[in-house]
Design a protein around this ligand. Structure first.
Ligand code: GLA
Length: 388
């Protein structure tokens, strides 16, 4: 059953009526620009074809009920209770339900008057915990649905911001704005070049199809969570670096400042800062290279990005390094881990006629290292959130 049908079928278990509609939003792959978003920097993600679908219908009693094919039980709260729950008492809500309820919480004040309660049934084919932003896909699908049902008339940037706020405050994950922007603004065969300081975006054609390139995703199966652990630690290091260097954010540090930074900062903080500074440059360089020379020329930039995350930012894991090395040895033109790190997925840009060989090489290398078999599949740059 497709995820859209599954959302519809789940809705039927919630309500005797038909949903008002089914809305969906995609996961994303980040082509380059990792951990730069919350440093006011540059990112270049694209939306993928895997989507989360939300079948949504209004209800008369002012309550919000969310159900998901991932969860055994629906969660129900009154619209009027949302302000008391988030953020202070969010722990009372099962984690998966904080995403859709958090979006309802952040969007409700945008309505001019009273809004109806809603039933929301979620089904997704975005793999969870793979670094493909299953969370932004939920936020995006619910945001476009509520925008329409509640007559909010918000633009895509505002809906992306609502999703991010839900993730930061209702879920408690201190993430940036990249994933929600990609999920909202994605277009076929194109990436979104986002300046996270000005929030200006440009659609950058990727030309993968024309160049006969495929994007292989290697989901290592190593699970990560952004609300805890390494992600928040890296963010804190970046904030410390900016403070010690006397700038509002690491966006304001250039390569020319690095020698001074090496003197001011401890060794670890310096390497964290160097990753952000060089990664911002690589994003700009990737955009320029795509425009001037096309996608076959960006391989070295992807590799340099991976090396920087492995060595300077230290967010890779052995499985991700193995995936990158094996894909390259089998003919990928570039490869890197994608997303927040500490697990999740790597991507490899592979000539179409080498896809099977690259997938085999990765699977063989994982087995040889004693790692659990990875999940390897291709993705296509695709359209953003919409009503289906
Ligand atoms: C996660 C976050 C994003 C971004 C990436 C790392 O996906 O949700 O905001 O910080 O990690 O680039």
């Amino acid at each position: 059953m497709s995820a859209a049908d599954a959302a519809g079928a789940l809705f039927a278990t919630l309500s005797a009526g038909e949903p008002a509609g089914v809305w969906s939003a995609p996961g994303r792959v980040n082509l380059i620009g990792e951990h730069t978003d919350y440093n006011d920097g540059f990112v270049l993600p694209f939306a993928i074809e895997a989507r989360t679908h939300a079948a949504v219908g209004a209800r008369a009693d002012g309550r919000v009920r969310v159900a998901s094919t991932f969860a055994d039980e629906a969660v129900e709260v009154g619209l009027a209770e949302l302000d008391a729950l988030f953020p202070a008492r969010r722990d009372e809500i099962p984690e998966w339900a904080r995403y859709p309820l958090g979006v309802a919480w952040t969007l409700r004040p945008s309505a001019s008057g009273d809004v109806p309660g809603v039933d929301i049934a979620l089904a997704s084919d975005v793999p969870v915990g793979a670094g493909l932003s299953s969370s932004a896909a939920i936020e995006g699908a619910v945001a476009v649905a509520l925008d329409e049902l509640w007559g909010l008339g918000l633009d895509r940037r505002a809906l992306a911001a609502a999703g991010r706020r839900a993730e930061n405050e209702a879920v408690g994950a201190p993430t940036g704005i990249m994933d929600q922007t990609a999920s909202m603004l994605g277009q076929a065969d194109a990436a979104i070049f986002l300046d996270c300081r000005t929030l200006q975006t440009q659609i950058i054609p990727l030309g993968f199809a024309e160049a006969q390139l495929e994007v292989l995703v290697i989901d290592t199966g190593v699970k990560h969570a952004h609300a805890t652990g390494g992600y928040a630690e890296r963010r804190a290091s970046c904030e410390l670096g900016a403070r010690l260097l006397g700038v509002p954010s690491l966006r304001d540090v250039t390569a020319a400042d690095l020698p001074r930074a090496a003197q001011v900062l401890d060794e670890v903080t310096f390497r964290r800062v160097r990753h952000i500074v060089t990664e911002n440059q690589r994003v700009l360089e990737t955009v320029r290279t795509l425009r001037e020379s096309g996608p076959l020329a960006i391989g070295a930039l992807l590799l340099a990005s991976h090396a920087s995350m492995r060595d300077d930012f230290e967010i890779s894991v052995p499985e991700l390094d193995t995936a990158v090395d094996a894909a390259l040895s089998a003919g990928a033109i570039g490869s890197r881990m994608t997303g927040g790190g500490f697990g999740g997925a790597a991507i490899a840009l592979v000539p179409s006629d080498r896809v099977a060989a690259a997938a085999d090489a990765v699977t063989t290398a994982f087995a040889a290292s004693g790692f659990a078999a990875p999940h390897v599949f291709t993705v296509t740059p695709s359209a953003g959130a919409r009503r289906d």
